[in-house]
Design a binder for this molecule. Structure first.
Ligand code: ARG
Length: 579
């Protein structure tokens, strides 16, 4: 049980004692300022409103019966009825002593493990991955790692777009090339992006080509062997490309996690037929549509959700209904989390409504679309190349490593060329990832090389550097892996640092609940900053320092090093011993 949960439980007991219902919101939070103690219990205010009594008087009643003598030094009422709790250093030291001996770093056991599908990355194939896919890929991967560390069973699903109408266009273009004598091998190795552009140009400009493309889509989706063979060629090439990007990005997505749109093809017709038979979907101008009154506009017009086009074609939406059924009924999961950009918010609202109506999603399965904002250039417009094109992810990551190398070279003198290259890779990739992960997921953010590669502020280089500093202290102390000592928290900085260390689980809980890795980024930044203040105020290896005190401080340092490494690992960012 973490501190917040412990205080909530104690508050709940006190609330029951003073006659409040057991489900009253305790509203326990970490204090944002030292003046407010370490935690605040804010539930008295809302509860007083409910009882129509004076909130300060109710807060006093609660304080009178709260059993905090063992854990708190001070319990004070402030303002209209806040209860500020200051924890005892000795109690914190005991808690920390247990955490340092724990391979889970003090994170308690998951007593109600869930099975969770995380749908992330999901590039549209036959195009190279561009920066738009960065966010889904790395935010999703951070959440996956957190859930797995906590002890949930995660099923990664890369819902790759391999079934859309663009494939008809590509196959039509390829057929013409083959007819003109180009051999398949040459096409397979060529730049997919160029190929796509050529085909798209013909689709837009050339008479008859669009119709031909549409015919190919129907053939492909109908299982035509020749079309499927050509289609497979595009798929293999672009999957290979994506997998290279995943490796560079240090994300845990592998080949086995690909569950593309095409995999749901056999499920589509039966689902559509069923929805039609039950009157959930109705025919409208040749198409099959579910009209959603829950999402009606101001004039009362229901929101249309098309599940089959005129002519019989299925859509992205139909596939998502099939995915609901597969995940909820076959995989039997407790929770589905999907990461895409915010522009798809309406789509997923519709999918959930339809899927629940049709029983494709069981009531026991939570369905969470987690949207994210757009990555902007320094000009405040969506991030583009200088000439206005989309930025290829692979090229962006190469540039990150080159830039990081210049930064690392400017700093260090001791490393060999080989070591510098390795550090530059970790810093460059880490910087791009941390800059993205540390922003509030739902807002747009500005991509800035200078900001993300800075050694000041909340950046990967700052945290990686903090880690090397702690490591160097531990190296100089010459202690072994089995080192252990009794913790004492005498100075304020020691106590504050210990408290931060013990709040890791609380952060992790929030990250998993809201799918917000930025909270972990903040936490790590605060942890590193507090370590720096501690280090300045509390000498460790200074001449004449009492051995018991030195050992206690070394113990704290070990814990911080472990937490920094673990926390960054959950974000998919590597640390190094020296830089
Ligand atoms: N391929 C889609 C895109 O690039 C994202 C797919 C997300 N997952 C889903 N189940 N629809 O926008």
């Amino acid at each position: 049980m973490n501190i917040k949960q412990l205080l909530a439980a104690k508050t709940q007991a006190a609330m029951i004692k003073v006659g409040l219902p057991a489900d009253t919101n305790t509203a326990v939070t970490q204090s944002t300022k030292v003046e407010f103690g370490d935690y605040q219990i804010n539930g008295a205010m809302a509860a007083a409103k409910l009882l129509k009594t004076n909130p300060r008087a109710l807060a006093q009643q609660l304080v009178d019966v709260l059993e905090l003598a063992d854990i708190a030094d001070k319990v004070e009422i402030a303002g209209p009825g806040f209860i500020n709790v200051t924890l005892k250093p000795d109690w914190l030291a005991t808690q920390l002593q247990q955490a340092v001996a724990d391979p889970r770093l003090g994170v308690s056991a998951n007593t109600a493990p869930q099975t969770v599908v995380v749908d992330y990355s999901a590039p549209n194939l036959a195009k190279e991955m561009h920066v738009g896919h960065l966010r889904s890929t790395i935010i999703g991967d951070a959440v996956v790692r957190a859930l797995e560390f906590w002890g949930d069973t995660v099923i990664r699903q890369n819902h790759m777009g391999d079934w859309g109408t663009q494939f008809g266009m590509l196959i039509a273009h390829l057929e013409d090339k083959l007819a003109a004598g180009v051999d398949l091998e040459t096409v397979a190795l060529a730049d997919l992006e160029d190929f796509y552009r050529e085909a798209k140009k013909r689709f837009d400009d050339e008479a008859g080509f669009a119709d031909k493309s549409r015919d190919y889509v129907v053939k492909l989706q109908g299982g035509d062997a020749h079309c499927q063979k050509l289609w497979q060629l595009f798929i293999d090439t672009s999957v290979k490309h994506s997998e290279e990007v995943y490796r560079t990005l240090n994300v845990t997505l592998g080949h086995d996690h690909i569950k593309p749109e095409s995999a749901y093809n056999p499920m589509l017709q039966p689902i559509v037929d069923d929805l039609k038979a039950r009157g959930i979907a109705v025919e409208d101008q040749g198409a099959l549509v579910v009209f959603l009154h829950e999402l009606a506009d101001k004039e009362g017009n229901p929101s249309p959700f098309i599940i089959q086009k005129t002519g019989g074609g299925f859509l992205y939406a139909t596939t998502d209904l099939a995915a609901c059924q597969y995940r909820s009924h076959e995989l039997n999961v407790d929770r589905i989390i999907i990461f895409t950009d915010a522009r798809q918010a309406l789509h997923f609202k519709q999918v959930e409504l339809v899927a629940r109506k049709a029983g494709l999603l069981r009531a026991e399965t939570a369905y969470e679309h987690c949207p994210f904002g757009t990555m902007m250039g320094e000009d405040g417009k969506p991030f583009k190349t200088r000439t206005g094109g989309t930025v290829k992810l692979a090229e962006l990551l190469e540039e990150a490593v080159v830039r990081a190398e210049a930064v690392v070279k400017g700093k260090s003198t001791e490393l060999s060329a080989e070591e510098i290259a390795e550090v530059a890779r970790k810093v460059g990739i880490g910087a791009v990832k941390f800059a993205d992960l540390s922003k509030n997921r739902t807002s747009d953010y500005i991509f800035s090389w200078d900001a993300m590669l800075s050694f000041e502020g909340a950046t990967a280089p700052y945290l990686q550097y903090a880690y090397t500093r702690v490591s160097s202290i531990l190296r100089r102390a010459g202690i072994s892996d089995s080192f252990s000592a009794t913790l004492q928290l005498a100075e304020l900085q020691e106590k504050q640092l210990a408290l931060k260390v013990l709040q890791f689980e609380e952060t992790l809980q929030q990250v998993m609940k809201d799918a917000q890795p930025n909270l972990l980024c903040n936490y790590l930044y605060e942890l590193a900053s507090q370590y720096m203040s501690f280090y300045e105020a509390c000498p460790i290896l200074k001449e004449g320092i009492e051995p018991a005190l030195r050992d206690s401080r070394l113990m704290l340092s070990i814990m911080v090093a472990k937490l920094l490494a673990k926390g960054l690992d959950l974000l998919g960012i590597d640390v190094m011993e020296r830089m």
